[in-house]
Design a protein around this ligand. Sequence first.
Ligand code: PMP
Length: 401
Amino acid sequence: GSVFAHLVQAPEDPILGVTVAYNKDPSPVKLNLGVGAYRTEEGKPLVLNVVRKAEQQLINDRTRIKEYLPIVGLVEFNKLSAKLILGADSPAIRENRVSTVECLSGTGSLRVGGEFLAKHYHQKTIYITQPTWGNHPKIFTLAGLTVKTYRYYDPSTRGLNFQGLMEDLGAATPGSIVLLHACAHNPTGVDPTIQQWEQIRQLMRSKGLMPFFDSAYQGFASGSLDTDAKPIRMFVADGGECLVAQSYAKNMGLYGERVGALSIVCKSSDVAGKVESQLKLVIRPMYSSPPIHGASIVAVILRDRNLFNEWTLELKAMADRIISMRKQLFEALRARGTPGDWSHIIKQIGMFTFTGLNPAQVSYMTKEYHIYMTSDGRISMAGLSSKTVPHLADAIHAVAT
Ligand code: PMP
């Protein structure tokens, strides 16, 4: 018999498993609102025009080779990524105290950052929001950190539990790591206001808590790259240290290219140099060096003023379409007289709406309406279109009545 015969069949990933179930459903009206990927009004995946142009430019360049990148990845990409998230005028960049490495999208950046902290930071506890993206606890546990949660979401208001958040961070062991969603919190779509961010910053700095920002949606939430980076820039402006994991999956539509970056903002350029040398020791035995194609696309777009401007317009168009889906769904429920307060659909930010539907309602909607979503009631607004809003509104109306 096989030496693996004792294995038990592992469950599907709770998020990616939604698509597996969706693919098996033969219904013509089926609707996949589970996965966090942008779709056009026609329900199709989108490759940005600027990405097509950048790829053409890369293909036409006959001098390009396919040698290994250095362990830290494409150096120009790293510099441009730090500028994009911290701001072109960031004092930390000017003072050369940011260490940036290219990683395998947002997930890989979080994992490398987590392993670095587990090895070199004096506190091994990381606080994550309750709830959070399902992969967070797994990433940080496997990186060697101890995961605890802090209160974040209030189901009764479908908004932020700011008091609970401040109490939990206030009670955290000094020096602990705190994971912060830079914008468009996944899965709740609920973000602190700028005034609340300022209070969070003061509390965290006074307790020496280490901020680790997860920036998976820069530009995707508000439509503005600078607005969505504001909370991070507030923490960098005070001169303190922090980590930032960036993903280009959503904002450039480069999902499968797996392109992202980890930046560690340090207090001096001397420390940043040592940090980078240790990041290389984390990366080398893990995957040796990152892929070249996705990072090259990003570098072409970020370095060219025209392509960059064109990108911001395409990004804004994606964000605007999502915001318009929120309005259409809210209006459709109002038109049906669906009982309950659904204003959170238009108040929440980013790709997802945390509907408040319970697992029984979700499973009824899947069975009777062929609408797929995660069992926590999270729906991807990016997977909706004007054509599919009425079907979703009918289903929500049916389970809410
Ligand atoms: N963080 C959050 C909060 C996310 O929602 C995602 C994507 N679902 C990621 C990180 C990382 O995604 P990727 O590895 O595809 O960049």
